[in-house]
Design a protein around this ligand. Structure first.
Ligand SMILES: [Mg+2]
Length: 95
């Protein structure tokens, strides 16, 4: 049994979604603190690791995999790249 299935079976999906929300919030807090001038690389690494633990649990609970999220990720990266390149071309024309 995967770690995700085991932890969800033991604690329950609702509990693990609460944990996921808490971990996302903790990373949010560390990033906010960094932007307020008090960055802690160690805390950001720790909270990013915590988020990486809960993301596969979210996927397990809602029944999707990287095969579902990867195309979304690639499409959003491509869209942002397109915007950046279009803006870069616009900037080039004004220089
Ligand atoms: Mg945490």
């Amino acid at each position: 049994m995967s770690y995700e299935k085991e932890v969800i079976e033991y604690y329950g999906a609702e509990h693990q979604l609460i944990v996921a929300i808490e971990e996302l919030s903790e990373l949010t807090k560390e990033l906010t603190k960094a932007l307020r001038g008090n960055p802690s690389r160690d805390r950001i690494i720790e909270e990013t690791g915590d988020v990486q633990v809960v993301i596969p649990q979210i996927m397990e609970i809602f029944g999707f995999t990287l095969n579902d999220t990867f195309p979304v990720m690639l499409a959003k990266q491509e869209r942002t790249r397109g915007i950046m390149h279009a803006e870069g071309e616009t900037d080039d024309q004004t220089d």
